[in-house]
Design a protein around this ligand. Structure first.
Ligand code: 13P
Ligand code: 13P
Ligand code: MG
Ligand code: MG
Length: 376
């Protein structure tokens, strides 16, 4: 059967700052979806990562379907009403438009969707990250789909040896989707040249060149490009189909052991290492560190198994310890140099205003003539 996986997530309010949504808020979203689901969905799964709530839905209506998007939008509105009642911080934070217009893209919530012919066994992974932007997935996807050092399947599996096609978006271009398609392995240097700048160039999707099937869908929205000002970090979701023609689950998860530095953390303005965490984990140290969770499923005739927690296995405890040390090391240098994001990415206007006012106080010193060297 032709199945669509849609995951739509939003920050609609949280307890104690940008930490985690309340139980009542989660229940309000869940109740709304459960009530409306029978006519639209085959199945759903609701979770939170940091302060973001994600609704994963299975259905047969295709990508960008108005009714599916409206269902999620209305569920977030219902959650926002609950958040306001409880006085949660940032109630309705990611709902940037007043009225729904056909599709939640460009309205604040993040969306990742894949439509495909369901395989007899259909394993996939659902990632959700908080306190970071969609470029956080650039390195893990490059390693999983283009680097033999990470993914032996690229040389062991004849299908995978045919490589993968990367669709990369220039997220600074706001008047329409500006994308480029590049093939691995022939063009890996070109892919790398773009992905090295994760605040501008973001992997949007990855496709098998052997079968033409889509393996990956990433939510690419940049909130500050929609709102024109800081309203919160993008906190991207991602779907990755695994096994057979695609990398194995372990090959997709392995890069998260690096704890690479990503844009995010406190006030969306810092460089912090990405920590793989268990499902439904909140936020703490320095409004971070940026976190990523992974729920693994099999789906059959649109019905989801229970999730397995991709980062709960004991191996990841050591990774978390290492990432904590990296985070504290970076924080020791406070606001200096690479600890903070470059000016173009700073999520507040305070520094720009400060620099503009200081600029007026700069003076070019009058040239002084060097004292004549004494001659004997
Ligand atoms: P403040 O609202 O306290 O500035 O914190 C950041 C934020 O709210 C972004 O949504
Ligand atoms: P969120 O985008 O997760 O709401 O975080 C905002 C922030 O500025 C935290 O310091
Ligand atoms: Mg928030
Ligand atoms: Mg968030």
């Amino acid at each position: 059967m032709k199945l669509t996986l849609s995951v739509i997530k939003a920050d609609i309010g949280s307890i104690a700052g940008h930490v985690a949504p309340s139980r009542r808020l989660r229940e309000a979203v869940e109740a709304f979806i459960r009530e409306r689901a029978p006519s639209l969905l085959l199945d759903h799964y609701i979770s939170h990562t940091g302060d973001d709530i994600a609704i994963l839905m299975t259905h047969t209506r295709g990508e960008g379907d108005e009714q599916i998007h409206k269902l999620a939008w209305d569920a977030f509105l219902s959650g926002t009403a609950e958040a306001r009642q409880e006085g949660l911080y940032g109630a309705g934070q990611d709902l940037l438009k007043d009225s729904f217009s056909g599709n939640v893209k460009g309205m604040g919530p993040a969306v990742a969707e894949i439509e495909f012919e369901e395989r007899p066994n259909e394993p996939f992974l659902f990632f959700a990250a908080d306190k970071t932007d969609p470029g956080a997935y650039n390195l893990p996807l490059y390693l999983a789909f283009a680097d033999v050092m990470n993914t032996p399947g690229l040389i062991l599996s004849p299908k995978m040896s045919q490589g993968f096609r990367f669709v990369i978006m220039d997220v600074n271009h706001t008047s329409g989707d500006r994308v480029i398609e590049l093939n691995a392995p022939e063009e890996i240097y070109d892919i790398a040249a773009l992905l090295r700048d994760p605040e501008r160039y973001v992997v949007e999707s990855v496709w098998s060149r052997a079968s033409g099937e889509q393996a990956v869908a990433v939510a690419t929205s940049r909130l500050h490009n929609i709102a024109g000002k800081y309203t919160g970090k993008d906190d991207p979701v991602m779907l990755v189909r695994v096994q057979m023609n695609f990398p194995a689950t372990g090959e997709v998860l392995a890069p998260y052991a690096i704890g690479h530095f990503v844009g995010g953390g406190m006030r969306g303005s810092h460089q912090m290492p990405l920590m793989p965490v268990t499902l439904n984990t909140g936020i703490s140290y320095f409004d971070g560190p940026p976190v990523v969770s992974c729920a693994g499923f099999c789906v059959h005739n649109g019905k989801l198994t229970e999730p397995i927690d991709g980062f709960a296995q004991p191996f990841w405890n050591t990774v978390r310890d290492r990432v904590s040390s990296k985070a504290m090391d970076m924080r020791r240098q406070g606001f200096i140099g690479t600890a903070m994001l470059p000016m173009s990415e700073l999520e507040y206007t305070g520094i720009a205003e400060k620099l503009a006012s200081l600029d007026k106080r700069f003076a070019v010193r009058a040239e002084t003539t060097a004292p004549a060297a004494s001659k004997r």
